[in-house]
Write a protein that binds this ligand. Structure first.
Ligand SMILES: [Zn+2]
Length: 349
């Protein structure tokens, strides 16, 4: 379990500051125009004082709320507390029960509306914040008894999720359709993904640089090497060792070296007419593949803000799943969307 620091917003009973700009005309001078008590729902206070001001320029009046309070009955602190309970896996009804000891009565529908509103707000903020390095990963969350494939996009600059789509990550057309507007809107330059061919084909089409998660590469290459070790002729075992060394070091000239190794191994005699590839042919194929993909393995080496794994994306998905684990899945698509945005945002922690 990840350790998180709980930080609830402050709620002040009255404000010590004055408004800086008029809500309507950007005027900067005001007259105080009376005060009104505002009953609030909060874990600590019941009432706050709201001042009214009149703009000296456009003469309209408006309410100026103290910290942690806005038009809503529930303070920001209470809304955040409810969101945390919910993200951690409480049902809407349990959230209302958990707030009762604070003397707060909320219906479960109010909690649900608050969550949706907060998720929408987070979503809109993310919508236009530029993202340079975007992590992508697929998942199969339990939603309403089904497990639809989804694709999750995370800003790897700050670890926050930015979007979730009902997209199968192994389908390049679907990935491109979903990713293209997102990339344009956020100004993405680099994607970080697993070693899937769909991302490999989409990245150049969208003008993106591509870093492949090195955990995944090492895992599948490690498995392949382990398997080949039992089967390739003894005299070629040194090639396997050299591949392993290259992947550990990821040197700049790795691609060329792998290509040279490929040339040294004799051409296949099998693999034509549908006969299965011999172990040695499989080794040749591996060398060619790694050589061709080399640049996408070591982008992080010269671009400092590109991580060498897709860990940040996996963590965001893990936080989203935290709720799903305790409630055995999501009841709706909106619920999952809210959980993703709230669990990875300043709203929930
Ligand atoms: Zn004004």
């Amino acid at each position: 379990m990840q350790i998180v620091t709980l930080c609830l917003p402050n709620v002040k009973r009255k404000t010590e500051t004055r408004p800086k700009k008029c809500l309507y005309c950007q005027g900067e001078t005001f007259q105080r125009w009376g005060k009104v008590p505002k009953p609030v729902r909060d874990s600590r206070c019941r009432n706050v004082q709201v001042y009214r001001y009149r703009c000296c320029h456009c003469r309209r009046t408006f309410r100026y709320y103290p910290e942690g309070v806005d038009q809503a009955d529930q303070t920001l602190r209470l809304r955040k507390l409810a969101a945390i309970y919910w993200v951690l896996g409480m049902s809407l009804r349990s959230v209302t029960l958990a707030l009762a000891p604070f003397g707060v009565k909320l219906s479960h529908m109010t909690v649900w509306r608050d969550l949706q509103e907060q998720a929408d707000r987070v979503g809109k903020q993310r919508h236009w914040q530029p993202v340079r390095v975007l992590g992508l990963d697929g998942a199969y969350p339990l939603v309403n008894g089904k497990k639809p494939p989804v694709l999750i996009a995370v800003d790897l600059g700050n670890g926050q999720p930015v979007a979730i789509g009902q997209v199968d990550e192994s389908n390049p057309q679907a990935v491109k359709r979903w990713l293209e507007p997102l990339v344009k809107r956020l100004g993405v330059s680099v994607i970080v993904t697993d070693d899937l061919s769909s991302f490999r084909s989409v990245a150049p089409k969208l003008g993106l640089e591509h870093q492949v998660c090195q955990f995944h590469v090492r895992r599948w290459v490690g498995r392949t090497l382990h398997d080949l070790k039992q089967r390739v002729p003894q005299e070629w075992l040194w090639v396997l060792d050299e591949i392993k060394g290259l992947l550990t070091e990821l040197p700049l000239e790795g691609s060329r070296r792998l290509f040279e190794l490929w040339k040294q191994i004799p051409e296949p005699r099998s693999g034509r007419n549908g006969s299965p590839l011999s172990p040695l042919d499989q080794l040749r194929y591996l060398l060619l593949r790694l050589s061709g993909h080399w640049d996408s393995y070591r982008l992080f080496d010269w671009q400092k803000d590109v991580p060498w794994t897709n860990n940040g994306t996996e963590q965001a998905i893990g936080r989203m799943k935290m709720r799903a684990r305790t409630v055995r899945g999501y009841k709706s698509w909106q619920g999952m969307h809210a959980a993703l945005l709230l669990s990875g945002s300043g709203v929930a922690w």
